[in-house]
Write a protein that binds this ligand. Structure first.
Ligand code: FAD
Length: 115
């Protein structure tokens, strides 16, 4: 038994949805199941592009620190690979928040990838 209560080498697990949560769940489950199947409503594109099932994808996305930590455990060197492939670095870039109550700007000194 592992800490998750899953025995290793179980046969098949099923994940619904190939968004970031589904893909990361599949990555985690792949250590405990011989096969992981992902059922997705969209036809997934060959290359990164927008699709109907993830309408938020055109917005700027930054990794928060906990997300970065978890992703780099699951996918070592992910951040540097994303940066090499053209993701924007957040290092020392300003982020501007504006709403009906006012606005403020924060600067991030760390090197995260954003898309
Ligand atoms: C403007 C904006 C900015 C954001 N900025 C950030 C940010 O900077 N940092 C951050 O961490 N988060 C950010 N978020 C939040 C982030 O985008 C979401 O939390 C995240 O994308 C949700 O991922 P998910 O996999 O849970 O769901 P989704 O991305 O919604 O994926 C769900 C998947 O399930 C599929 N699906 C749905 N129904 C079915 C079905 N019946 N059968 C099969 N497949 C199905 C869909 O096609 C899709 O692929 C932002 C969100 C918005 C709107």
């Amino acid at each position: 038994m592992t800490q998750t209560g899953l025995t290793s080498h179980q046969c098949l697990s099923l994940v619904i949805g190939a968004g970031i949560a589904g893909l990361l769940a599949a990555r985690a489950l792949s250590e405990h199941y011989e096969q992981v199947q992902i059922v997705e409503r969209d036809i997934l594109p060959e290359h990164p592009e927008y699709r109907a099932g993830t309408p938020q994808s055109f917005h700027l996305h930054r990794l928060i620190s906990r997300g970065r930590t978890v992703l780099e455990v699951l996918f070592p060197n992910l951040i540097s690979e994303l940066l090499e492939r053209g993701a924007a670095s957040t290092a020392n870039k300003g982020m501007h928040f504006v709403n009906q109550f006012g606005q403020f700007t924060i600067y991030d000194p760390t090197e995260y990838a954003s898309t």
